[in-house]
Design a protein. Structure first.
Length: 171
C-alpha cells in the first residue's frame, strides 16, 4: 500500500470516527532490562510446559530467557530482519536454538494462537489494536504480560515492579 493511499485511509477512518490503527513497523526497538525480563517471566509463571510468544521480540532476550531459565518453548515475532538474525545467533550461542524460533513477521498478521504465555513491550495503541485478537483467538487461561503499557480498561490480575539501579554521576 502506498503512503498516499494509507494516509487517505487513515483520514477517512478519522472522518468516520474509526480509531486509527498502528502499524508493526511503527513500534520502536527498545531493549528490555534483564531485571524486567526476569520479572515478566516470573509474573507469568513460565514453566517447561509453556509455549511463550513474544510480540515485537527485538533482540530475543525474553524468548531466550524463557527457554534457558524455564525450559519453555518460545517464539519471537519481530518485524526487523536484522534483529531476527541477531536473535537466532544469540539463541545458538546460548544453547537454546532447539527450543526457540524467531519469525520475521508483522505482529498483526502473525499466528500466536498456540501461546500459553504472551509477552510484549509495545506502544499503548498497539496493545489496544491487539485486544480483539487476544480476546477471541487465545485460549482461556493464556497469561499476558505487557511491559510498561496496559491494555486499556482491562484490569490486570497482577502487577509487578522492577526497580532500576540508581544512576550515579561523577567519579
Amino acid at each position: 500500500m502506498t503512503a498516499a493511499l494509507q494516509m487517505i485511509m487513515v483520514m477517512l477512518g478519522i472522518a468516520l470516527g474509526m480509531p486509527a490503527t498502528a502499524e508493526a513497523d511503527e513500534v520502536p526497538y527498545v531493549t528490555t532490562p534483564t531485571a524486567v525480563v526476569d520479572a515478566m517471566l516470573s509474573i507469568a509463571g513460565v514453566g517447561d510446559k509453556d509455549t511463550l510468544f513474544d510480540l515485537g521480540s527485538g533482540d530475543g532476550r525474553i524468548v531466550i530467557a524463557a527457554a534457558k531459565q524455564f525450559h519453555a518453548r518460545a517464539v519471537g515475532i519481530e518485524y526487523d530482519g536484522t534483529l531476527v538474525a541477531q536473535s537466532r545467533e544469540s539463541a545458538t550461542r546460548e544453547g537454546v536454538s532447539d527450543r526457540v524460533e524467531f519469525l520475521q513477521q508483522d505482529i498483526f498478521a502473525s499466528d500466536f494462537r498456540n501461546a500459553t504465555v504472551l509477552t510484549m513491550y509495545l506502544l499503548p495503541e498497539v496493545n489496544l489494536d491487539l485486544r480483539p485478537r487476544i480476546l477471541f483467538e487465545l485460549r482461556p487461561g493464556t497469561r499476558i504480560v505487557s511491559h510498561d503499557w496496559d491494555m486499556g480498561e482491562w484490569e490486570p490480575d497482577d502487577r509487578g515492579w522492577s526497580l532500576r539501579p540508581e544512576r550515579r554521576s561523577g567519579p
